[in-house]
Write a protein that binds this ligand. Structure first.
Ligand code: FA5
Length: 368
């Protein structure tokens, strides 16, 4: 700031020259208008409103003017500062509004957007049903027994009373393992695990044998060459067909629902005598065969659903496995898991079960 200015006219003070003040205002308004960010506006404010700005310097000169000149110079500088201040406020508001609008767009969180997550897999329903079946029998105090998928022909057939020329041996179309005469087959059912179990442990025996089995069946709506069965075997003193029936009823009620019952229909298996086909009362129509006047699709109108085979263990099988038939009797049953699954969930086509499409498996979730 200059020293006391008692003799000079304000127009002679350079900072108070009206043209200089107008120029300062124009510079300020131009810089303010050109500011496109709040930071740029802050720089314009410092340059044109700050302590060292031309208008601040001019303002300071006013104090040194003679009283007669103060009013006019003060009015001129005040108006100039007022215009700059007004322009700054207006631009500040505009830029803040722009910033807020931009933030609203940039920081919007769309809760409906699908997040690119790694998709979760799903357990295959055959595994889920197998585990469910195992749990039911383990809860009854049974043990789980396993056997190999490549099995000795003797255990798969001969020990089960299926003689070399027995028609059942052809019925269960078999994959024989090379070289011919190796004596090995891909097991055609889980029944050889019965024999293995009886050879390995002494009665009382209460075992469930789940596993993969193989037959030369073509893949179609109800057959697959590789499928799963579970075999039940009980050998103890005093075991009768009534125990088989009670066990099957308890099992189907836990798997298919309370009130569902089984029926044993005479049949023939070389390894059981007597033998029976296991039917289960249809849990959809309750056994009536119709639903709302229409034929029940689940049981085909019969009121019963075929689940698998069963019977009292043939004495010849007990003997072949070293069990005394004079002291012990036993029952056995064998059910197909894929067929149980098709029945349980109205799966119309076996292809859906074996083709491994996760969209099919996902419908069953982690639990059924
Ligand atoms: C047997 O395999 C006997 N071992 C069952 C048995 C065990 C009887 C103990 C008596 C005592 P079967 O051949 O019927 O029986 O087959 C049993 C079940 O396997 C059938 O009810 C069916 O559910 C299933 N099954 C048979 N063939 C196929 C196939 N190609 N695809 C899918 N499931 C099949």
């Amino acid at each position: 700031m200059s020293g006391p200015n008692t003799q000079y006219d304000p127009v002679e003070v350079a900072a108070l020259d009206p043209a200089a003040i107008d120029r300062a205002v124009e510079d300020a308004l131009a810089q303010i208008a050109a500011a496109t960010t709040l930071d740029q506006l802050k720089a314009a404010r410092t340059a044109h409103q700050g302590e060292k700005s031309p208008l601040a310097l001019a303002n300071r000169e006013i104090g040194a003017l003679p009283p007669s000149a103060k009013a006019e110079a003060g009015k001129r500088v005040g108006q100039a500062r007022g215009r700059v201040g007004h322009a700054l406020r207006e631009r500040q508001e505009e830029l803040e509004a722009e910033r807020d609008a931009r933030i609203l767009v940039e920081e919007t969180v769309d809760l409906t957007v699908r997040v690119p997550r790694r998709p979760l897999g799903a357990r295959h329903p055959v595994s889920l049903v197998s585990e469910r079946v195992e749990d039911i029998f383990v809860a009854m105090g049974w043990e789980i027994a396993e056997g190999p998928e490549i099995e000795a022909e003797w255990l798969n057939f001969d020990a089960l009373n299926i003689a070399a020329d027995h028609p059942a041996r052809q019925e269960q179309d078999t994959f024989f393992v090379d070289p011919p005469g190796s004596g090995l087959v891909l097991r055609t059912h889980t029944s050889p695990v019965q024999v293995r179990t009886m050879l390995e442990r002494r009665p009382p025996i209460y075992v469930l044998c789940p596993g993969k089995v193989f037959r030369t069946d073509d893949l179609d709506a109800t057959h697959t060459p590789v499928f799963h069965q579970f075999e039940g075997l009980v050998v103890d003193e005093g075991i009768t067909m009534a125990h088989l029936k009670g066990t099957l009823d308890a099992f189907v009620q836990r798997l298919f629902g309370a009130g569902v019952e089984t029926r044993l229909r005479p049949n023939y298996f070389p390894f059981t005598e007597p033998s029976a086909e296991i039917d289960c009362r249809c849990w959809v129509c309750g056994g009536s065969g119709t639903l709302g006047g229409v034929r029940c699709r689940t049981c085909g109108g019969t009121g019963w659903i075929e689940l698998g085979g069963s019977g009292m263990v043939n004495q010849r099988v007990l003997r072949a496995a070293g069990v005394d038939p004079g002291r012990y009797t036993g029952f056995a049953f064998g059910l197909g898991i894929e067929r149980s699954l098709m029945l349980r969930h109205n799966v119309a086509d076996m292809h859906d079960i074996v083709e491994g499409d996760v969209r099919f498996s996902r419908q069953f979730g982690m639990e059924i």
